[in-house]
Ligand binder design. Structure first.
Ligand SMILES: Nc1nc2c(ncn2[C@@H]2O[C@H](COP(=O)(O)OP(=O)(O)OP(=O)(O)O)[C@@H](O)[C@H]2O)c(=O)[nH]1
Ligand SMILES: [Mg+2]
Length: 361
């Protein structure tokens, strides 16, 4: 008996090689998909490893006795038929695995990219999985999905508000939902946490902006202070001295306007100890979000809020941004209703959205 292993591109190529080297009597003992070792193997097509065997004593005697030994011929015919069946089975199995041929993680890479995860980040995550689990022969889809969820979850930083937080400021580009988010939080802290809440608005750019917040303040009976210059800030804070929580609204800034950003910075410097939220919309492209973050860096924001999760189908941008800023997400908002459409950021839930395992409810 002679046994030999062949590592080939596909079954057909393997069969030809086996036939050439071992003769038509060779039978296939085992065939499996294998991946090249190392990084190269991550996206390279899978190879086929075929173990074939041939009974060498039979090979020799078959040639010598062929003209007279009809039962032997019969056996060979049967073996060839079996061989053909085996090849057919292998070919159909190979077709089923055609996606896998592009690499076992190709499909998952595609899934992450389809959900707007930055390709470089997607590749880094999958390379990590590949390295951690290189020893495992074949991971089932279910297992890969669980590992992926864990890897994404590890990167989605979330952090609840600290107990002692008293001043919360909301900054960000125009129209992302700063005022609405502030109103949601004000109502929730007042209603559900029995906090004495006050508001400050330094949104003096837009006509009607002060009125928007004043309307919410009137409905909830909360005091509101309008601040026109950074110098007015201490007085406003003093007026709200009895408040346990002060929420500060700011005008949406075009982050490309560095004058506006510097001005915003001086307002925030007048509020030491402020928890400053950069409010971003989940509907904004990653590239634009990265630029916005860069432009707002001067203002020392230390947390983020993503709004309008209800207005998009893909959530990869959240992962890209949290990963890039290394700053935590504290809240996400999911609609226009005040105060209902806001949630504490939950890494478990967000990673399912990012991976497209769950849709936003
Ligand atoms: N669908 C959806 N709409 C939202 C959400 N949050 C806010 N909005 C809407 O977005 C629009 C703008 O909201 P604002 O709160 O005025 O935004 P802003 O950031 O304060 O805007 P400026 O002060 O002009 O910069 C409003 O129509 C809100 O109802 C959300 O989570 N989902
Ligand atoms: Mg506003």
């Amino acid at each position: 008996m002679r046994i030999k292993k062949y590592c080939v591109e596909n079954v057909q190529e393997g069969m030809l090689q086996i036939k050439r080297e071992l003769g038509p009597e060779a039978i296939i003992i085992e065939s499996r998909k294998v991946r090249e070792k190392g990084l190269r193997g991550l996206f390279a097509p899978l190879k086929v490893e075929i173990t074939a065997a041939v009974d060498t004593s039979m090979q020799q005697s078959a040639v010598a006795r062929e003209p007279v030994l009809r039962p032997q011929e019969h056996k060979m015919e049967r073996e060839i038929t079996e061989l053909k069946q085996m090849v057919n089975q292998l070919v159909s199995r190979q077709q089923k695995q055609s996606i896998e041929e592009k690499g076992p993680f190709y499909r998952w890479m595609q899934r992450l990219i389809d959900n707007d995860v930055d390709p470089a980040l997607a590749q880094a995550i999958l390379t990590e999985i590949h390295e951690d689990f290189a020893a495992e022969n074949a991971l089932s889809d279910e297992v890969i999905e669980l590992i992926l969820l864990k890897k994404v979850r590890e990167r989605v930083r979330t952090a609840e508000l600290t107990e002692g937080a008293r001043i919360l400021s909301f900054i960000g580009p125009t129209g992302v939902g700063k005022t609405t988010t502030l109103a949601k939080l004000a109502a929730r802290y007042a209603l559900y946490h029995n906090k004495q809440v006050g508001m400050i608005t330094i949104d003096t750019y837009r006509i009607g902006a002060v009125e928007q917040l004043r309307t919410y303040a009137d409905i909830t009976g909360m005091p509101i202070e309008v601040v026109m210059t950074p110098k007015d800030m201490p007085r406003a804070l003093e007026k709200l001295a009895d408040r346990e929580l002060i929420l500060v609204d700011t005008a949406g800034r075009n982050s490309k306007n560095s004058m506006q950003i510097s001005e915003l910075s001086s307002y925030l410097s007048a509020m030491p100890g402020s928890e400053t939220f950069l409010v971003l919309s989940a509907t904004t492209k990653t590239k634009d979000l990265l630029q916005i973050i860069e432009n707002f860096r001067k203002v020392n924001f230390n947390r983020m809020i993503f709004t309008k999760l209800d207005e998009t189908e893909t959530y990869g941008a959240l992962l890209n941004i949290v990963h890039s800023t290394k700053l935590p997400l504290t809240f996400v908002t999911t609609g226009q209703n005040v105060p209902d459409d806001i949630e504490a950021a939950n890494a478990e839930k967000l990673s399912k959205l990012i991976l497209g395992v769950e849709q936003h409810a």
